[in-house]
Design a protein around this ligand. Structure first.
Ligand code: THU
Length: 133
């Protein structure tokens, strides 16, 4: 990780720790807080398939329990042919904390893509959506 490009190495390292015996699709994530801390996550699958968790939400849980709530970037790392964006469930989980998050996706062979979370999830359900009479 360099200061200018945080989270890349951490996401690739986290991918190595993925527990993905069912899909064989290993994912690492690194969530970068506003103050520059990096929180790692990986997908953790389960024999009861829906009990598994994605790398991005795993990183989010690690960050929040460590006290971080403001994020500037998430990096996703896979071994896919092309960089993959976060799934819809993870987009929703991340938008709660960082509507303008920078989303980077890298592959183990060096391909890279970048988005803004607001573009990936243009009409999010937010805390304000809970307003009611
Ligand atoms: N997965 C992630 O960890 N993040 C994503 O953004 C997409 C999918 C995981 C879930 C499952 O363990 C495997 O990748 C295949 O879907």
């Amino acid at each position: 990780m360099t200061v200018a490009d945080p989270g890349i190495d951490a996401a690739l390292e986290a991918m190595q720790r993925a527990y993905a015996p069912y899909s064989h699709f290993r994912v690492g994530a690194a969530l970068v807080s506003r103050d520059g801390a990096v929180f790692m996550g990986c997908n953790v699958e389960n024999s009861s398939y829906p009990a598994g968790i994605c790398a991005e939400r795993s990183a989010l849980s690690a960050a929040v329990v460590a006290g971080a709530r403001e994020f500037v970037r998430v990096v996703v790392a896979t071994e896919a042919t092309d960089p993959t964006p976060p799934c819809g469930l993870c987009r929703q989980a991340l938008v709660e904390f960082a509507p303008d998050l920078e989303v980077i996706s890298v592959t183990s062979d060096g391909k890279r893509a970048a988005w803004r979370l607001g573009n990936l999830l243009p009409a999010p359900f937010t805390p304000e959506s809970l307003a009611h009479r």
